[in-house]
Design a protein around this ligand. Structure first.
Ligand code: CMC
Length: 448
């Protein structure tokens, strides 16, 4: 007699009341809402889960990106990142991320053509960007300008129309490099360089960044490919901070330009896409290999205040597979650009950290940002542009996640619950009767 398969459920007993419920398990999760039936009285709201920073909560079902953080695996739509980095272009990968399958030759031709012919921005966008201060951070300029696109394409509000969504996806992916390059040229006081349709997505971006007086800019093929690979590695990373921001904002059904501006803002933070910039500043500060032990000591003694930037990840508890590809590529880039003198410090820092009990115990390994900045710097991108270089390719991931969310019948406007610990209801007191009071004591749960 074969033993019956185990029931896919958990049994929960509420010790406050003695009530027991059986909660189904699906895809390794239970529904938080299933716990609401556990109440201490009919008026009780019901049991909730408490999960700040979503440490153990899946906010959606997705078919786009798979990560196994312990094994260091990252796949887009099932394809390992290493294969995509070796064999595809960024736009081919973006198509895959957005559509679920690699394009056929014809689909690729049409897709590249579509993107290429939407790279121009309205002249008023240029005027708008001219209004920024000469030293404005390009990430601030990027976020604001992408939000401003919303006013140029009011039809984008029709988020439930597939063709309208597709049109905004093309526009956003196409215009990101143009806006990014404009932001850079504004900061150095150069006239804007218009897109060149003869060039690839990455080649054109380099052209818009660096073209001076030459009639035709020809990108260095090694650097163009390196950028292509970096863009592929950054295309998506499932439910990270900025993607979660994109989904949360777009869940109100606002247009994708406003939602993407929010995602760009989330990416700007030093714990997320701003880390590559922070790594470079950290390496500058360390200055020489001799100073590394003292720096590592200060990190360990700071109680989490000072961090080894470019190390650690919420999901990866192993070497970030993206960092491996980037580290391998650095040599090819440095053959063209000359070696970045900060590389030796980075390599030594990694060597020392990976032998240190503090980092080993916490499973802190180099992440994508540890080496990418060194390459960007060798390619003459200013440090301020590093998070922008993350945002350009991540746009395809944000849009794929947005498109998936809009079509997901289980999704609703994102609206978490809270545990209210503030004052219980009290009544207005006029100025003459108010006294300076200590803040209400914490930890007193007030029912509302
Ligand atoms: N240097 C030193 N200690 C660290 C570091 C680090 N980079 N990262 C984590 N820790 C320590 C932290 O102090 C804590 O120690 P303890 O247990 O003694 O309190 C422990 O490791 C766990 O850290 P955590 O803050 O609870 O971990 P998290 O999952 O919330 O944070 C992280 C993930 C990426 C924000 C964090 O590792 C970090 O701040 N890294 C540096 C910034 C960075 O490189 N960010 C780029 C991430 S990859 C690009 C992207 O996808 O955005």
């Amino acid at each position: 007699m074969s033993s019956s398969a185990p029931r896919q459920s958990v049994t929960v007993t509420d010790n406050r009341t003695g009530k027991t419920i059986e909660v189904p398990i699906q895809n390794g999760t239970i529904k938080a809402l299933d716990l609401r039936v556990l109440k201490t009285s009919p008026e009780d709201f019901g049991l909730m889960t408490y999960d700040p920073a979503f440490m153990n909560t899946a906010s959606c079902k997705s078919r786009i990106t798979f990560i196994d953080g312990d094994k260091g695996i990252l796949n887009y739509r099932g394809y390992p990142i290493q294969e995509l980095a070796e064999k595809t272009t960024y736009l081919e990968t973006a198509y895959l991320v957005l559509n679920g399958e690699l394009p056929t030759k014809q689909q690729q031709t049409d897709w590249v053509n579509d993107i290429t012919y939407h790279t121009m921005v309205h002249e008023n966008i240029k005027d708008l960007m001219t209004g920024f201060r000469y030293d404005a951070h390009p990430m601030g300029m990027l976020a604001s300008t992408v939000a401003a696109l919303s006013t140029f394409y009011p039809e984008a509000k029709a988020v439930h129309e597939p063709e309208t969504r597709r049109q905004q996806i093309v526009r956003l992916i196409a215009k990101m490099p143009t806006i990014a390059a404009f932001a850079y040229r504004h900061s150095i006081g150069f006239p804007y360089a218009h897109p060149d349709n003869d060039l690839s997505y990455c080649g054109n971006f380099l052209q818009m960044m660096y073209r001076a007086a030459e009639p035709k800019y020809v990108p260095n093929p090694v650097l163009e490919r390196a950028l292509e690979v970096l863009f592929i590695l950054h295309a998506d990373h499932e439910q990270n901070c900025s993607t979660n921001a994109m989904r949360a904002i777009a869940s109100s059904e606002v247009d994708p330009y406003c939602a993407a501006a929010g995602a760009i803002s989330a990416l700007y933070g030093p714990l997320h896409g701003g880390a590559n910039e922070a790594v470079l500043r950290m390496l500058f500060e360390i200055g020489s290999k001799a100073n590394i032990p003292a720096f590592i000591k200060s990190v360990k003694e700071s109680g989490g205040e000072t961090r080894l930037m470019g190390f650690g990840h919420r999901v990866y508890k192993n070497y970030d597979p993206r960092a491996k590809v980037i580290k391998g590529m650095a040599e090819k880039v440095f053959e063209v650009t000359g070696k970045n003198p900060l590389l030796d410090i980075a390599l030594e820092l990694e060597r020392i950290a990976l032998q240190d009990e503090y980092f080993l115990k916490r499973k802190l390994y180099p992440n994508v940002d540890f080496y990418s900045g060194l390459i960007y710097q060798a390619m003459k991108f200013p440090v301020d542009m590093f998070p922008v270089l993350f945002a350009i390719p991540r746009m395809s991931g944000w849009l794929a996640q947005w498109d998936e969310m809009i079509q997901d019948k289980e999704q609703k406007i994102a609206r978490p619950r809270q545990v209210y610990l503030g004052a219980s209801e009290r009544h207005f007191v006029p100025f003459e009767k108010r006294e300076v009071k200590a803040a209400p004591a914490e930890g007193v749960l007030t029912k509302v």
